[in-house]
Design a protein around this ligand. Structure first.
Ligand SMILES: C[S@@+](CC[C@H](N)C(=O)[O-])C[C@H]1O[C@@H](n2cnc3c(N)ncnc32)[C@H](O)[C@@H]1O
Length: 233
């Protein structure tokens, strides 16, 4: 990899071109629309009016549908240039959108500050140990669930990637993950998968995972649930 995702987006030019370069084509627009819909669905268990941490927020692309759905959003990103685009884009949601420059990999809040968290389109740019570092930072922001988006590395997706490579297309993710990697990533970040969505799986490796924090309270609730399920059966 000859670029650093931590530094690459700290540029006005990159920030101003981000949405147009990725989502202006017809397939890009369709994917963007479907992804926004999927993200809102992933948060269905979070009551409207609660605050979601969007880390990294980037240009506010995914904060927008969450705000439109009735949530409050706090965006965190290492790039003030990306956040400046988000501030402009989301000025129609006064009092419900705020953002700040934070290095999520380095941030370790003592207590979760937000009701839920989103981590989209970033993990696949880092090797697995740095993905754990990033996702641990995000998980510590949330009192309940964390929704992550990733690139799935399956036999079929590897074949698709090879075909794309032969056709001269650049791979979009440097570090896609297998299901085994996902288990390691979630477990080492203090999370457990509760639900998964795929989006156009024949033509896209994108997956969306709803994960809950592994906390003593969540563990006892789970134990109580399995005890009452066992008692009923
Ligand atoms: C590809 S963009 C994704 C933005 C948004 N989530 C989306 O789906 O459109 C990746 C973002 O991650 C941010 N980023 C990279 N390293 C970071 C770090 N250590 N802490 C916080 N943000 C970081 C970049 O600045 C960039 O805005």
């Amino acid at each position: 990899m000859n670029w650093s995702p931590d530094e690459h987006y700290q540029s006005r030019k990159v920030a101003s071109e981000y949405d147009r370069k990725r989502f202006a084509s017809v397939p890009g627009r369709v994917f963007n629309h479907l992804e926004k819909r999927t993200i809102v669905k992933c948060f269905a268990r979070v009551p409207k009016g609660q605050t979601i941490a969007d880390a990294p927020c980037g240009t506010g692309r995914l904060a927008e549908p969450l705000l439109a759905a009735g949530y409050r959003v706090h965006g965190l990103d290492i790039s003030d240039e990306m956040l400046e685009i988000a501030r402009q884009r989301l000025r129609g949601f006064p009092g419900r959108f705020a953002c700040e420059v934070v290095d999520v990999k380095a941030s370790r809040p003592h207590e979760p500050l937000y009701d839920a968290a989103l981590c989209a389109r970033v993990l696949m740019h880092f090797p697995l140990d740095q993905q754990v570092e990033f996702l641990t930072g995000v998980a510590r922001l949330s009192r309940s669930i964390v929704v992550i988006n990733h690139s799935l590395d399956s036999g079929y997706q590897r074949f698709r990637r090879r075909v794309k490579h032969w056709l001269g297309n650049q791979a979009s993710a440097n570090y896609p993950v297998s299901n085994a990697d996902i288990r390691v990533l979630l477990q080492q970040s203090g999370l457990r998968e509760v639900q998964r969505y795929r989006l156009a799986s024949l033509v896209s490796e994108a997956i969306y995972i709803v994960a809950e924090r592994i906390t003593p309270a969540a563990e006892s609730a789970r134990a109580r649930q399995s005890q009452s399920a066992a008692a009923v059966s």
